[in-house]
Design a protein around this ligand. Structure first.
Ligand code: BEZ
Length: 182
């Protein structure tokens, strides 16, 4: 039995590990939300950015990508992901449904930041979250690019995600307002 990882954030457009195969699809009962603070990737410890986590929600689907790890490197890749996601994320196992109906459902590992973790920020209005994202930047790049790249990757997958697309629209509006006076 090989190990599969489900990506719903930057792992959708930039899986930085070797994989044997990748499939677009979804997990059920979870919603993607920009509710997790990022003190190490898209922000700083003194000014954390906002990145995605998953919240349990009955009837919801979260679209992303599932990656099968190469057996000889499984443990090494998992250790690297654990290290990368050490700021608040736990690893859990869920069921993944590939978009391609000919492929059977797969058990996948996914990183989730629970509301009890110290970096959890929780909900704010869309304009307030967009302002926060626009002002944040960390070692992995600016927070606005993270949101734009996620929205673009979801469009490429033809995946629906009202929260991400509304937040993207709010960020674009804010940036347009900012450049109108120039
Ligand atoms: C991801 O799917 O890119 C991801 C999201 C949160 C933590 C780790 C990975």
């Amino acid at each position: 039995m090989s190990i599969w990882i489900f990506g719903y954030g930057s792992l959708i457009w930039r899986p930085d590990f070797c994989h044997v195969q990748a499939h677009p699809g979804y997990i059920e009962g979870w919603s993607r939300r920009f509710y997790q603070g990022s003190p190490d990737h898209r922000g700083l410890p003194s000014a954390p950015g906002r990145v995605v986590t998953l919240l349990p929600q009955i009837g919801s689907r979260c679209y992303g990508m599932a990656y099968q790890l190469p057996v000889p490197q499984e443990e090494e890749i998992l250790a690297r992901l654990d290290e990368r996601e050490q700021e608040g994320y736990d690893r859990i196992e869920v069921c993944f449904f590939p978009n391609q109906l000919q492929i059977e459902k797969i058990r996948v590992l996914v990183y989730i930041a629970n509301p009890s973790n110290p970096h959890y920020l929780g909900p704010l209005s869309l304009p307030a979250m967009a302002r926060h994202i626009l002002s944040s930047k960390g070692p992995s790049g600016d927070n606005a690019s993270y949101l734009y790249e996620l929205a673009a990757a979801l469009r490429d997958l033809q995946a629906q995600d009202t929260h991400v697309f509304q937040l993207e629209a709010s960020l674009r509006q804010l940036e347009d307002q900012g450049t109108q006076g120039i």
